[in-house]
Design a protein around this ligand. Sequence first.
Ligand SMILES: [Ca+2]
Ligand SMILES: [Ca+2]
Length: 200
Amino acid sequence: MGSKIASAIAMLATLLAGCGAKLDENVAGDGSVVDVPGPTDATTAPSDAAIDARLCAGGDARATDPATGSCFVWFTAPATYPAANAACTAFGAKLAIIKAAQTNATVLSLIGMSDAFLGGTDAPPATEGAFLWRGNAADPVTAVANYTNWRAGEPNNGGAGSTVEEDCMIIEGARGGTWDDRPCAPPPVGAGSYSYVCQF
Ligand SMILES: [Ca+2]
Ligand SMILES: [Ca+2]
């Protein structure tokens, strides 16, 4: 009995030794090892080649967008825009940028009926009403132009007489994926904290 257990342990040890992957690596279906962000990774920005090889994984839902080849990842836990932006950066990604209807559909497929922050903002130093895709350190800021999907009447910066600025963009799952400008953080209570979508 004891020798059977010992041989089973020895076999398991042999299998584990052959695996060779670090804790923060995934083994893809073809047997190749794919690195994902983890405690053993350098904190410097990954190379283009490393990003290209990264598995589309993480968050609460994710999909590879056919229009861009990018991986979009939805995080359900509500966050302010600055916190969502920081979380995407920590994830090795950026808040989602949508420049085509197909990409909007990809993001909508992730979020169900939820509202989710995207990477668009007209917060200073941007000019009020002139939304920019924020990008990240590796990507230049670009204007929200050509493709847009604002709901009728939006962006409205809160509307006439509003006492709060609306400088951060959400996509509205319950409205079929239209966009609205909302507060980047509370107040008012109940606004400025949403789920968010990262892209890499
Ligand atoms: Ca605004
Ligand atoms: Ca609005």
